[in-house]
Design a protein around this ligand. Structure first.
Ligand SMILES: [Zn+2]
Ligand SMILES: [Zn+2]
Length: 376
């Protein structure tokens, strides 16, 4: 079965930026999410295809491999010699490279491996996410050994070309008629051996170290956003480039506000007297309290929109709104005098619920019709 082009799957141009890809993905994911497609197998497959395309195209390494080698560059489950299942990208790249250029081509340098990408989970309060923050993070990682500068060899010496594979990292083994390429057992595929290992890193060329990095978190980030620090991942082997560090943002729940995109939502209690007579209400925003005018006869659950009191988008720069839902609070701990007054109020409204409580009247009229229809 041939696979569709990832760019085609997401409906974006080949040179599309990450933002554009994210946007296209979000739209498609909403449309084809299994929650919506209700067990339709074909659509489920489509959703998987969309997810796969998104995963590859938003990962700079995988995308580069895909652009260069197509599906073979990123899919470890596809056939072809040398594609071990579950191999990481570095291995696949090496194998593809080896299949095309390896073997007869002498003098190829050892397989330098790029350092691994790292992920750091950063928790922020809603206020921090909305305003942005400079944070210092401490990340345990592998850095280039400063004694041997990554070579792994003792000071004054240098790694020697492996005598078994002559630097290829691979050796040919004969099995009957077939010549099979194998990773060199002497140098484990590195192409070089270190006779005198560096004392500081025991020949690894890299050392464990906890790095302290300052990260500028831009205002408006939300859970799921990630900030890439290029080259701050693990150091590469044999002088290969370092990986990247991804700071994954997670925003903690807030006591008052819930966030949805650029809008904030909150609930504010409203006394039933103010609800009936109208008045002013104090509403919290992220910049402090503001006054909200409540018109007479405001019903519980009514939503007020406070324009521009939401979150400023980190991408578009557009500021969202604060959606404030008023909830009428039934009074508690009433004295007998207060209860009397309430009863008096209720009596004054008499049995004519239609005038003062149209919703109640409409409801019970509906209930009556429901039972009438049942008995007929
Ligand atoms: Zn060293
Ligand atoms: Zn070797």
């Amino acid at each position: 079965m041939s696979k569709r082009d990832y760019y085609e799957v997401l409906g974006v141009e080949k040179g599309a930026g990450e933002r554009e890809i994210k946007k296209a993905y979000k739209k498609l994911a909403m449309k084809y999410h299994p929650d919506r497609t209700q067990g339709d197998k074909a659509l489920e497959e489509k959703f998987k295809e969309i997810q796969e395309a998104y995963e590859v195209l938003t990962d700079s390494q995988k995308r580069a491999a895909y652009d260069q080698y197509g599906h073979a560059g990123v899919d470890p489950n596809r056939g072809g010699a040398g594609f071990g299942g579950g191999a990481d990208f570095g291995d696949i790249f090496g194998d593809v490279f080896g299949d095309i250029f390896g073997g007869g081509r002498g003098g190829r340098q050892s397989r330098a491996r790029q350092g691994a990408d790292l992920r750091y989970n950063l928790e922020l309060s809603l206020e921090e996410a909305v305003r942005g923050k400079d944070v210092e993070i401490r990340v345990p990682t592998l850095v280039e050994c400063d004694v041997c500068h990554g070579s792994g060899a003792k000071k004054g010496t240098s790694p020697k070309t492996c005598p078994t594979c002559h630097g290829n990292g691979q050796v040919q083994m004969r099995q009957g008629f077939f010549a099979v390429q194998q990773t060199c057992p002497t140098c484990s595929g590195r192409g070089k051996i270190i006779a005198d290992p560096c004392d500081a890193c025991h020949g690894h060329g890299r050392k464990e170290k906890t790095k302290t990095l300052s990260v500028k978190v831009p205002a408006g980030v939300d859970t799921g956003d990630r900030i890439r620090l290029s080259g701050e991942g693990e150091a590469g082997e044999n002088g290969a480039p370092a990986g990247d560090l991804y700071v994954q943002v997670h925003v903690r729940e807030h006591k008052i506000f819930q966030r949805d995109g650029n809008n904030l939502y909150c609930e504010v209690p409203l006394s039933f007297t103010t609800a009936a007579l109208g008045g002013e209400l104090q509403v919290p925003t992220l910049d402090g309290k503001v006054k909200l005018k409540v018109s007479p006869e405001t019903q519980t659950g009514r939503m007020f929109r406070l324009r521009g009191k939401g979150v400023k988008s980190v991408r578009s720069g557009v500021t969202g709104d604060l959606m404030c839902k008023v909830v009428v609070e039934t009074p508690v701990n009433l004295s007998s005098k207060q209860k009397e007054l309430l009863q008096e109020l209720d009596d004054s409204m008499g049995g004519d619920s239609g005038k003062h409580r149209p919703k109640e009247k409409g409801f019970f009229d509906g209930v009556k019709k429901f039972f009438d229809d049942l008995t007929n």
